[in-house]
Design a protein around this ligand. Structure first.
Ligand code: GLC
Length: 423
């Protein structure tokens, strides 16, 4: 299933010359059991299979500070649960954690991850919004590693044949999904609608695109009870009710939705840019037949949620100095290029988005940069997990037709008020 291993090699061939990272400091110089030594890096599923080879570079240069990759499940929620079980138990199996941008506040507030010195990392070279996802309570708790913004993938061959342009508004998307998709035996629109973090993202995008918010003041104030939120959930619920969102999509995470699109089953797909590489691959039925545009909103372009992950040092890390150096390595210019060229993931280094060779190889880079800069973060909250679970449950009930969007938003506002009151 690690489909990118083969594709990655192809991309590598057409991509830039990769300069090797030169490790600073002699490997294994003293400091045993203290700041330096071997470590683990825990991450959610490496869907494009690029991270192993990247870590080999580090391991060759620093055998005494060898890093072992611990790959957790593909689903953000399961990865989070496994990380937290380890961190809570104090077992300290994980030294460096590749955490979702949405979790920094929660992990920091619980003191599972250690604060970092701002001056030690090239924060000014990163795209500005990503740095904010790594801070909590004014302090830096992680270093941005990968960013992400949702895009609308569409079947260009089909829309071209119909003389239509890709949708810029929900009404256009709805009309094309309802009337054109069935003529081609396609489902209309899908995103990540299984109740998990992906549904929180998709629901938040619908609410944000309609001009709404979920929480304010670093998670202290509930702001979701609005016409915008009702309209956002209404858009998704209507899709399922009227059949232009196929029911199967209620069980999709990123990978299932990508598969459905690249098997030629969908006219429109909301997904992260990594799906571009898979849908262009040799086993894709839609290679060369699709394109991607910004997500639509009610009256024009919508708002993506800011995705991605940050690297943090566990509060129980066995060798914190090595851990911080590994983070510096993974966020170096050379590795950030490989994140894009081999991992098909959006890097955090701003300069790469304007690099002519990269833009030739990844034509969606300028649009992606704009989407990342305009993306809105998920609510910051010490209780992020509970916040996300409430959003998922309510969005799912509205989409499955168990509750009207109005009732769902009212219920969500009540649950969030209760959650934010908790100490
Ligand atoms: C992607 C995003 C991450 C998000 C997850 C949801 O991995 O980068 O931020 O939480 O998808 O499924």
């Amino acid at each position: 299933m690690r489909w990118m291993r083969a594709a990655g090699r192809g991309l590598l061939a057409l991509a830039v010359v990769l300069t090797g990272y030169v490790a600073s400091g002699a490997p294994g110089d003293g400091d045993r059991g203290g700041g330096r030594g071997p470590m683990t890096l825990a991450t959610a599923g490496d869907l494009t299979g690029y991270l192993g080879p990247v870590l080999e570079g580090w391991n060759r240069a620093r055998p005494a500070e060898r890093v072992t990759l611990v790959e957790l499940p593909d689903s953000a929620d399961e990865t989070r649960a496994q990380m937290i079980t380890d961190l809570r138990s104090g077992a300290g199996r994980f030294d460096v954690l590749n955490i979702d941008v949405a979790w920094t506040s929660e992990f920091a507030a619980a003191r599972w991850i250690a604060p970092l010195e701002r001056g030690a990392f090239p924060l000014r070279s990163f795209l500005p919004p990503v740095v904010d996802t790594a801070t909590y309570d004014g302090k830096l708790y992680a270093v941005p590693y990968v960013t992400n913004a949702g895009m609308l993938f569409y079947r260009k061959d089909v829309l071209d044949r119909e003389g239509e342009r890709p949708p810029r508004t929900w009404a256009e998307l709805e009309r094309q999904a309802r009337t054109i998709a069935p003529q081609y035996g396609l489902g209309g629109y899908a995103g990540q609608f299984l109740p998990y973090e992906g549904l929180t993202v998709n629901a938040a995008e619908a609410v944000y695109s309609a001009g709404g918010t979920i929480l304010g003041d670093e998670g202290e104030r509930v702001t979701v009870d609005s016409e915008a939120a009702r309209s956002g959930l209404g858009f998704l619920a209507r899709g399922v009710r009227d059949g232009w969102i196929p029911r199967e999509a209620l069980s999709y995470k990123e990978e299932e939705s990508r598969q459905a699109f690249q098997e030629g089953g969908l006219l429109f797909l909301r997904n992260w840019p990594y799906a571009y590489a898979g849908a262009s691959g040799a086993d894709s039925k839609v290679a060369g037949k699709f394109a991607a545009v910004p997500l639509p909103g009610p009256d024009g372009p919508g708002t993506s949620v800011l995705g991605g992950s940050n690297l943090a040092v566990s509060a129980h890390a066995r060798h914190p100095e090595s851990a911080r150096d590994l983070i510096a390595y993974l966020t170096s210019d050379a590795v950030q290029r490989r994140v894009l060229t081999e991992g098909a993931l959006p890097p955090v280094r701003a300069a790469l988005y304007g690099d002519p060779a990269l833009v030739r190889a990844f034509p969606y880079l300028p649009a992606l940069r704009a989407s990342v800069l305009a993306a809105a973060p998920r609510p910051k909250s010490r209780h992020y997990e509970q916040v996300s679970l409430a959003v998922q449950a309510v969005a799912h009930d509205a989409m499955a037709g168990h509750q009207t969007p109005e009732a769902a938003v009212r219920r969500l506002a009540g649950e969030l008020a209760e959650i934010t009151r908790r100490r």
